[in-house]
Design a protein. Structure first.
Length: 252
């Protein structure tokens, strides 16, 4: 068994009467894509909010690369190596794609540019921004110079992923990256996630089961805030309880 890179144990989140996260254990290994699936309202986004530090936990412990990050702020968790993308994108829509990339790099690596003179620093930042865009498939002047808000939906999601990558995460949390995408955009995103996993681990929340089955090393199924099962694609597909509550006859 490979060692664990990221883990949550005994996570609980209570919203008044509702236990949205009910004693959840989940772990992610290096270079693994661990998919989290479950019906609407199962508590997937709440779990990502707990993991990323957007919401405080009521109980439980979150550990990244041997470090307890449970009490760190969202910002501190990003610094520690945990980045997330947002279901609703998080871009400066009036600014160009390139400027969004430049700002993200500057936010995380501003200090590194102090060694350069001003003009060289600008040039180095732009070079890195272009490379970061290329990493997620955003290439060419037309795309880089366009206001981010004018890009097609799929390209905005790609940019959102690039902004998360600027922090050089060890673990990337993706909450429904294919939501609202057409088949071509989804296929490209599958390829992108496959490429990213060479450099990091990914916790992927996704409704598109084709994408999940193509990408996931392991799948966890969340139902009413609880993990119903964790296993390989085959184990999850053939698990009768999973079929009953979630997959139905779709995969039979
Ligand atoms: N801030 C909140 N306050 C109260 N209830 C919430 C809040 N956020 C989510 N919930 C409830 O928690 C449950 C899980 O929601 P969510 O995590 O968004 O599920 P999913 O992402 O799996 O669709 C739902 O019943 C939802 O209505
Ligand atoms: Mg959700």
């Amino acid at each position: 068994m490979r060692k664990t890179l990221f883990s949550a144990t005994g996570l609980v989140k209570q919203f008044h009467e509702l236990r949205a996260t009910d004693n959840v254990d989940i772990d992610v290994k290096p270079n693994e894509v661990h998919a989290l699936i479950g019906p609407n309202g199962a508590g997937k986004s709440t779990l990502v909010n707990l993991l990323s530090g957007l919401l405080p936990v009521d109980a439980g412990r979150i550990v990244l690369d041997g470090r307890d990050i449970t009490s760190l702020s969202a910002h501190q968790r990003v610094r520690a190596g945990l980045s997330r993308c947002f279901q609703v994108t998080n871009l400066f829509k009036q600014s160009s794609t390139l400027d969004n990339l430049r700002l993200a790099i500057q936010a995380h690596e501003g200090n590194n540019f102090r060694l350069f003179g001003k003009r060289d620093a600008e040039q180095a930042l732009t070079t890195q921004a272009i490379a970061l865009g290329a990493r997620v498939g955003l290439v060419g002047d037309a795309v880089l110079q366009a206001p981010a808000g004018s890009l097609p939906h799929g390209a905005q999601r790609q940019l959102d992923i690039a902004l998360a990558l600027a922090a050089r995460p060890k673990v990337l949390l993706l909450d429904e990256p294919m939501a609202g995408m057409g088949p071509d955009e989804s296929a490209r995103t599958v390829e992108l996630i496959r490429k990213l996993r060479q450099d990091m681990a990914v916790l992927l929340i996704e409704h598109d089961m084709d994408a999940v089955f193509q990408l996931a090393d392991r799948i966890s199924v969340l139902v009413y805030g609880k993990v119903l099962a964790t296993g390989t694609v085959e184990q999850i597909r053939s698990n009768p309880r999973v079929q009953e509550v979630y997959l139905g006859t779709e995969t039979a």
